[in-house]
Design a protein around this ligand. Structure first.
Ligand code: CO8
Length: 262
């Protein structure tokens, strides 16, 4: 199989069932430019269609997860160029991936980097992780969902303060606000912790995992009553799968389930 050659990311499968994407533009603190996003989208699409992959981890370097959209690439853009090309629209392709994605954040996750992390399903952070939406300092605003996802996640007052001041949010505060699911003592521990969780998830029934991600995401976009109804219907639907029979039988017989993923 021909592995695609990437210049801005490193793609690996370090654990059974786990795909890892490492953002790799160290000289620009992993600033997100179009070629990088094209590669990220391609790598994620490959993991999405690879039946052996059950979960995905995205990480950067110890110094930077990603220091934002590439300012040098954007600086001279005109409105017509941004509008005609629907600049940044392809960034949210990540949210169409149905397999769980964990962000292992070390160092700067600013602007587009913060928004990228917010598009994933779970954020783990290292000891020096820094989040923020500094776009206001550049004369613009968050453009890849930051104002919406951050507000839903941490509430209006905190999101408004972050977006209007552009200030850094350190890992203690990010944890208190509920941005991060877990904090680790070392950068390496953060990545390993994300891989551990991804491996655990990849060991479950892929059909149940897909359904679980789908129903949690629906809660972001619908009323409680509709969401609960949707969850129950999907729950009912899983009784049509082999994995439901396999999982419950294995529990009763006190053996390890051998998932069929169907
Ligand atoms: N874009 C391009 N290059 C960058 C970026 C970036 N976002 N961040 C860092 N770099 C480059 C620097 O220019 C520098 O390159 P060079 O060596 O060629 O000068 C190199 O990375 C190292 O950076 P620093 O020397 O600045 O490193 P420091 O440790 O001194 O500072 C900081 C680190 C604080 C992270 C600093 O680099 C910084 O403030 N970066 C910019 C952060 C930022 O503003 N991010 C938001 C960008 S805007 C955005 O993401 C909006 C997304 C949606 C866009 C909507 C538009 C429509």
């Amino acid at each position: 199989e021909n592995a695609p050659a990437y210049e801005n990311i490193i793609v690996d499968t370090p654990r059974p069932g786990v795909g890892l994407v490492t953002l790799n533009r160290p000289k620009a603190l992993n600033a997100l430019n179009s070629p990088l996003f094209k590669e990220l989208n391609a790598a994620l699409a490959n993991f999405q269609s690879d039946a052996s992959i059950g979960a995905i981890v995205i990480t950067g370097s110890n110094r930077a997860f990603a220091a934002g959209a590439d300012i040098k690439e954007m600086a001279s853009k005109t409105f017509s160029e941004a509008y005609n090309a629907d600049f940044l629209a392809t960034w949210s392709q990540l949210t169409t991936i149905t397999k769980p994605i964990i962000a292992a954040v070390n160092g700067f996750a600013l602007g587009g980097g913060c928004e990228l992390a917010l598009m994933t399903d779970i954020i783990y952070a290292g000891p020096k992780a820094v989040f923020g939406q500094p776009e206001i300092k550049l004369g613009v605003i968050p453009g890849a969902g930051g104002s919406q996802r951050l507000t839903k996640l941490v509430g209006k007052s905190r999101a408004m303060e972050a977006v209007l001041t552009g200030r850094n949010i350190d890992v203690e505060e990010a944890e208190k606000w509920g941005i991060t699911a877990k904090r680790f003592d070392t950068p390496e521990g953060c990545v390993e912790g994300a891989l551990d969780t991804a491996e655990l998830i990849a060991g479950y029934s892929k059909i149940a995992v897909k359904a679980a991600k789908e129903v949690v995401n629906v809660s972001e976009e619908t009323s409680l009553a509709e969401g609960v109804r949707f969850e129950r219907r999907v729950f009912h639907g899983l009784f049509a799968t082999q994995d439901q029979k396999i999982g419950m039988k294995a529990f009763v017989e006190k053996v390890k389930p051998e998932w069929k993923h169907e």
